[in-house]
Write a protein that binds this ligand. Structure first.
Ligand code: FE2
Length: 202
């Protein structure tokens, strides 16, 4: 689907650099390797060829949350996605199906509220860990399979753009909503990819 790449105007050198950095840190993966990968990826947000939110959104689809697969197949040890965030868009609480991940802001700012699943009796099922505000060049990383978060574009007026690296193809995930007793219950979903390009299919 080369058309999607052309439409999104993503610089191929930039995408290749993303993949080279990720592949050079795929040793395990351990928490320290993921942290090293996270630190190495940050400068990609400041490269002149880094994609920008306004440039990627066509005037007609600026209201849609979009996931663009840059690299990865079902057999790959990792996948890379660009996510386009409309102004003010917020995700539900969700996990990443046990995969490790890195989420790097390329344009705009995201709020990330982080939780940990806790099945202990007497809890509501999720324990709040921390809340992050990520600007351009900031990234959250996670390796704990119990990790849950929700993310929000902090701007009410401007779209945002982020790069997501996962330890495989994120094909399914759970969202979490409180039941009548206030306990968070999972609902299972299949992920949707809106466009494919870059080095997808490798
Ligand atoms: Fe996420």
């Amino acid at each position: 689907m080369g058309d999607a790449t052309d439409t999104l105007r993503i610089d191929e050198r930039w995408t290749r650099t993303v993949c080279e950095i990720v592949e050079s840190h795929l040793t395990g993966p351990s928490e320290s390797a993921i942290e090293a990968m996270r630190l190495r990826l940050l400068e990609l947000a400041f490269r002149p060829e880094c994609p920008q939110a306004e440039g990627l959104y066509a005037a007609t689809d600026v209201t849609h949350y979009r996931r663009h697969l840059l690299a990865g197949t079902e057999a790959s040890p990792y996948s890379c996605l660009l996510i386009q965030w409309p102004a003010g868009h917020a995700t539900p609480l969700h996990d990443h199906d046990g995969l490790w991940g890195i989420e790097l802001v390329l344009d705009g700012a995201l709020q990330v509220e982080e939780f940990r699943k806790d099945e202990s009796p007497g809890t509501d099922g999720l324990v709040h860990a921390r809340t992050l505000v990520l600007g351009v060049g900031d990234a959250a990383a996670f390796t704990d399979p119990r990790y849950v978060h929700r993310c929000r574009n902090l701007s009410a007026r401007k779209p945002a753009l982020s790069l997501h690296i996962y330890g495989g193809m994120l094909e399914r995930f759970n969202t979490f909503e409180p039941d009548v007793a206030g306990r968070y219950q999972p609902s299972r979903y299949v992920t949707r990819v809106d466009s494919v390009g870059g080095l997808a299919g490798i």
